[in-house]
Design a protein. Structure first.
Length: 256
């Protein structure tokens, strides 16, 4: 007895079933992400109110630890959702104002920098610098790089965001005066599970998932990423974007 050949619809059914499962899983994770962030936001709000009331008290350090751990959980949840998004069908690219992304990132992280006694600075050209890519991608790149920088920079240190436009490309840099990264770790830094921590230091949110996602997001925009680091002196992460053809022509000069 010879089995009848499978029809095209029979062959495509497993793929459709897999897509439905993937879509369902993503919906579950999106709901989990939303609920988790809401709960953590409530906890952080309560911690902030308590910190105002007990400034200088012995309990203040415990509250700071709670706040730090909650912030790390938020970043881990964000990274997980971002990882799922990277492995989902890609949406339509949008025009991205890199100057605006930098200013928004400074607003998001200025409070955390102030709490740690770190000076956060930004420098960008005095004219629009545009890129193209998935919506929210540059914001997530900056979130991951700034979180990494603040986690590994001691009190009285500096973190700088610098955007430069050269002849046919744009460079976005996040530099810190932190502990630096050992040379033996640089090769695997952007791999899943890699870490930019020095021995004896915390790996930070997501155990290296943040930098892995950062590289994936940069690649989704046709950008490259590299890092220069000296142990004990700090690190500089550089994202190099290709020239965006739709960007207006302006002088090749950046503001310092």
């Amino acid at each position: 007895m010879v089995a009848a050949p499978e029809s095209d619809s029979d062959q495509s059914r497993p793929l459709c079933d897999r897509q439905r499962i993937d879509d369902s899983l993503k919906e579950v994770f999106e709901d989990f992400h939303h609920d988790t962030r809401s709960l953590l936001t409530r906890i952080l709000t309560t911690v902030a109110l308590l910190e105002r009331k007990i400034q200088g008290a012995p309990q203040e350090q415990s509250l700071q630890s709670i706040r730090s751990n909650c912030s790390q959980l938020q970043m881990m949840a964000d990274n997980l959702l971002e990882w799922l998004g990277i492995h989902s069908p890609r949406g339509q690219d949008t025009e991205i104002d890199l100057n605006r992304e930098i200013l928004d990132a400074v607003d998001r992280f200025s409070g955390a920098a102030l709490m740690k006694g770190i000076q956060l600075e930004a420098s960008h050209p005095p004219f629009p610098v545009l890129a193209r890519g998935p919506q929210g991608s540059v914001g997530r790149i900056l979130d991951n790089l700034l979180t990494n920088a603040l986690n590994h920079t001691p009190e009285a240190g500096h973190v700088r965001i610098v955007l430069e436009k050269n002849e046919n490309q744009m460079s976005l840099m996040v530099a810190d005066t932190g502990c630096g990264i050992p040379s033996e770790m640089l090769e695997h830094l952007f791999e899943r599970g890699g870490s930019g921590s020095s021995p004896g230091q915390s790996m930070g949110p997501g155990k290296g998932l943040g930098l892995f996602i950062t590289r994936q997001l940069a690649r989704s925009m046709g950008a490259g990423i590299e890092v220069e680091s000296n142990p004990g002196k700090g690190s500089t992460f550089r994202i190099t974007f290709p020239e965006y053809p739709g960007a207006p022509e302006f002088p090749e000069k950046s503001m310092r």
